[in-house]
Ligand binder design. Structure first.
Ligand SMILES: Nc1ncnc2c1ncn2[C@@H]1O[C@H](COP(=O)(O)OP(=O)(O)OP(=O)(O)O)[C@@H](O)[C@H]1O
Ligand code: SF4
Ligand SMILES: [Mg+2]
Length: 351
């Protein structure tokens, strides 16, 4: 975690007991189930987990963009203390772009191929600041393009005239033009080659430093998380199973799922020699297993795991060793506090 973050550790976003369902013909997909975490000012939080565990649904919900039949069925999303879940559409539209930006790999927010880039910037700016005149707005757009390492003259081109990397940066620019506090980026580098991706990572890190942006980075790409994130939240089958400082998550994971996930990735940084695969598949979210949802795949499963769900909390002791685990790494900072939902670190009935 960066020093800046420790000095200004106040949450800009507090997710509390958030649940999101998709009703389908054979039942209800519990895509997000009682999820809670905070995003702090100036931090980058990586949200990782296997495909279908609910990452995008969670990301979309932050601006109430979950598409029907998806529905937020419980909990709160507090932006600077105000609950987004209970906001009206008008208030949400104001937040979108101005306070919270989204960088998604989906058609909802992608560039319109029919319009030049300048028009797309002008529309975004006028939506939030109707009073601003055209030449001022274009100056703002040219400045952000320059910041993103793109010739300002490219503003007057159509999306198809630009490379994939440029389009990606322009999408980021459209998100950043109104100086938001938070950017939610869902797989922002999927379509980029390795070199462009490295540039994008540098860019995101620079912008974060300059504007004290908070980033929620949703991705399968653990290498990307290692490059950007201060903390990591690990999601499995609709639930958060571990949150902690990025270094701790990568080098000393607590939850067996986190361990499996990290070990599946051939990663030079982690000195891994063999590619390991995690056996089994994530559960059906219409009928998830009782107790710990990871129990059917967990190499350390115990009887209690199959009947009772562990809470997400600071680990008390490592079962079988009696030793206190290293849960307070980050020395007294709440933002670095580690939590995990696993019976290996909890004593039944103990508080
Ligand atoms: N429109 C929908 N209707 C029904 N179920 C849906 C819908 N969208 C998502 N789901 C289900 O919700 C669960 C979570 O999906 P989500 O897309 O949030 O996962 P994800 O972690 O982002 O996956 P990926 O890594 O593949 O992007 C999955 O089981 C998915 O099948
Ligand atoms: S609670 Fe039990 S099954 Fe779940 S991860 Fe921990 S040890 Fe494995
Ligand atoms: Mg997704």
């Amino acid at each position: 975690m960066s020093e800046t973050m420790q000095q200004t550790a106040e949450p800009v976003l507090e997710i509390r007991n958030l649940s999101i369902d998709y009703p389908i013909s054979i039942g209800t997909v519990g895509a997000v189930e009682k999820v809670s975490f905070d995003l702090y000012k100036g931090e980058a939080l990586g949200l990782v987990g296997e495909s279908g565990c609910g990452k995008s649904t969670l990301g979309l919900s932050i601006l109430k963009l979950v598409r029907p039949p998806g529905k937020i069925t419980g909990g709160q999303i507090l932006y600077k203390g105000r609950d987004i879940v209970s906001m009206r559409d008008r208030q949400i539209l104001k937040l979108r772009g101005q306070n919270i930006a989204m960088a998604f790999q989906n058609p909802l927010t992608s560039l319109n191929p029919l319009f030049r880039i300048d028009r797309q910037f002008l529309e975004t700016i006028h939506q939030h600041e109707p009073g601003i005149n055209k030449s001022e707005a274009l100056k703002l757009a040219e400045a952000i393009l320059e910041e993103l390492g793109i010739e300002p003259s490219r503003l007057y081109e159509y999306p198809h005239q630009l490379s994939g990397g440029m389009r990606q940066r322009i999408m980021l620019g459209l998100g950043l033009i109104m100086n938001p506090d938070i950017i939610v980026a869902d797989e922002p580098t999927t379509s980029l080659d390795v070199i462009v991706e490295a540039g994008f990572i540098d860019l995101l890190n620079r912008l974060r430093g300059r504007y004290n942006l908070s980033i929620l980075l949703i991705t399968h790409n653990l290498g990307l998380v290692a490059e950007i994130a201060d903390r990591v939240a690990v999601m499995y089958a609709g639930k958060i199973v571990e949150i902690g400082g990025a270094d701790k998550i990568f080098h000393d994971p607590l939850h067996p799922y986190t361990y499996g996930l990290i070990n599946c990735v051939p990663n030079i940084r982690l000195d891994q020699e063999e590619l390991v695969t995690m056996p089994g598949n994530p559960p059906d979210l219409v009928n998830p297993p009782a107790g710990c949802r990871f129990s059917p795949r967990c190499p350390k499963v115990m009887d209690i795991c199959r009947v009772q769900e562990p809470e997400l909390k600071a680990p008390a002791a490592v079962q079988g060793t009696g030793q206190l685990s290293d849960q307070t790494s980050g020395a007294g900072s709440d933002t670095a506090r580690r939590v995990t939902a696993c019976w290996l670190y909890q004593v039944k009935g103990a508080e």
